[in-house]
Write a protein that binds this ligand. Sequence first.
Ligand SMILES: [Zn+2]
Ligand SMILES: [Zn+2]
Length: 188
Amino acid sequence: MGRISWNQYFMAQSYLLKSRSTCERLAVGAVVVRDKRMIAGGYNGSVTGGVHCIDEGCYVVGGHCVRTIHAEMNALLQCSKFGVATDGAEIYVTHFPCIHCTKAIIQAGIKAVYYSEDYKNDPYAIELLQQAGVRTKKVLLQVDPVHYEQQQLVSELLEELESQGHSGLDGWKKKADRLFHVPTEQKS
Ligand SMILES: [Zn+2]
Ligand SMILES: [Zn+2]
């Protein structure tokens, strides 16, 4: 049984954080990573102590909800709040960052942006990222943590049966692989 890749590991975290979002328009999660360690995370929500979009409805101006601080900004501001350097770090976001977050990401010295879902990918943001030499990579989330544990359990059961001398398990293995869509991306 292979371990999940670093990309899947960090992207799965950003999806977990996204589930704390308080905005009804779009839920986003972000994780800042340095040397393969998560140093901060955020989701889009109101300023501390403010009312939530989920309670009061979004505060929309010019087609955007202006109440929330975006996930990427929350993650970077967490670093500034606690004095953690972001220079040379990477960021994992569930959605392609908006132009404002993109500028903050570049200015914070982030060197790579991994995103899972396209979201109105701003051409100017793409241009700025390229100019700044920030790598961008689309990483589709293939691992759901619970799903992964189920996959592990089935795999262990099959290995146990095999070690006890049961034969003819190939059909079951194939069925398990089909059910869990086993990703082959490992060891990155
Ligand atoms: Zn909102
Ligand atoms: Zn943003």
